[in-house]
Design a protein around this ligand. Structure first.
Ligand code: AMP
Length: 284
């Protein structure tokens, strides 16, 4: 395999520094257990820049106690193969969490109101951990651009804001959600699902579609659209964590939905929590 694998923050900084001499450097941060959604980011990055740095790090600071940090799926060999296939130049796989959070580490990035609702409310501290690790990866790499999926739409919004607020100077690029044939958004966490749960997980997509159909049919009341979405989730026996219509920019609740308003979904199948989102005015 020609793909270089880097284990330390020091070597990652060096490799990025060298790469930037040859032109732009694109960064694709991930937590591994890669799928076609991650690969779509790497492919888009490879179209944009001659060097694509992928990072694979299950970031402990974005998991709350009791969440799935210890059982998060891992397959580094498979991931490296997928990175190479998609056009990555090198991959940073920190040899341990202390590579990113050495003894004495104590400085965190605290995001503002974009991080308050939705996953911010349901997972306290989550976006603080995300911002901290992404700021560190931006600082180590000094990448020209970085690619993130709309699958984690709120994360993308929070990172864009952090990047602007802290003058990090990275072009933050969002990419569309890649889905399975039945509409389920690809996610590393789909690996947790039993056969039965996997079948029922399509209710997230059905829920989004039902809200879109209702909006196309003239329904603009956010509460009604949310009710329709909840109903579909309940039909698949998913436990709703949230189903909310929000503005795509400030993530506030609109008085009335417009085509760009987004439905944000989070729901549990057993212990597995899945998220999805989409504009209510979008078709397909
Ligand atoms: P993760 O490994 O889950 O932290 O995700 C790493 C990056 O891949 C994030 O920017 C995600 O938004 C993105 N991503 C995850 N799943 C998908 C998907 N189904 N489609 C597009 N991007 C995705």
């Amino acid at each position: 395999m020609s793909l270089a694998v880097i284990a330390t923050a020091h070597d990652f900084r060096r490799a990025c520094q060298e790469a930037r001499r040859d032109g732009e450097l694109a960064l694709v941060p991930t937590m591994g257990y890669l799928h076609a959604g991650h690969q779509s980011l790497i492919e888009a990055a490879a179209l944009r820049a001659p060097t694509v740095a992928v990072t694979i790090f299950v970031n402990p600071t974005q998991f709350a106690p009791g969440e799935d940090l210890s059982r998060y799926p891992r397959d580094v060999d498979g991931d490296l193969h997928k990175c190479e296939q998609a056009g990555a130049t090198f991959v940073f796989v920190p040899r341990g969490p202390e590579e990113i959070y050495p003894p004495g580490f104590q400085t965190y990035v605290e995001p503002g109101f974009l991080a308050a609702p939705l996953c911010g409310e349901k997972r306290p501290g989550h976006f603080r951990g995300v911002c901290t690790v992404v700021a560190k990866l931006f600082a180590l790499s000094r990448a020209d651009c970085a690619f993130f999926g709309e699958k984690d739409y709120q994360q993308l919004a929070v990172i864009r804001r952090m990047n602007a607020d802290l003058n990090l100077g990275v072009e933050v690029i969002g990419r569309p959600i890649v889905r399975e044939n039945d509409g389920l958004a690809m996610s590393s966490r789909n690996a947790y699902l039993s056969r039965d749960e996997r079948g029922r997980a399509a209710a997230l997509w059905k829920s989004l579609k039902a809200a879109r159909d209702a909006f196309t049919g003239g329904e603009v009341q956010p509460e009604r659209l949310e009710e329709i979405a909840r109903q579909k989730l309940a039909e698949g026996e998913l436990r709703v964590d949230y189903a909310e219509v929000r503005d795509p920019i400030d993530l506030q609740r609109p008085q009335k939905a417009d085509p760009t308003s987004r439905l944000f979904l989070a729901a549990f199948l057993g212990k597995t929590r899945l998220i999805d989102n989409g504009a209510v005015g979008e078709q397909g």
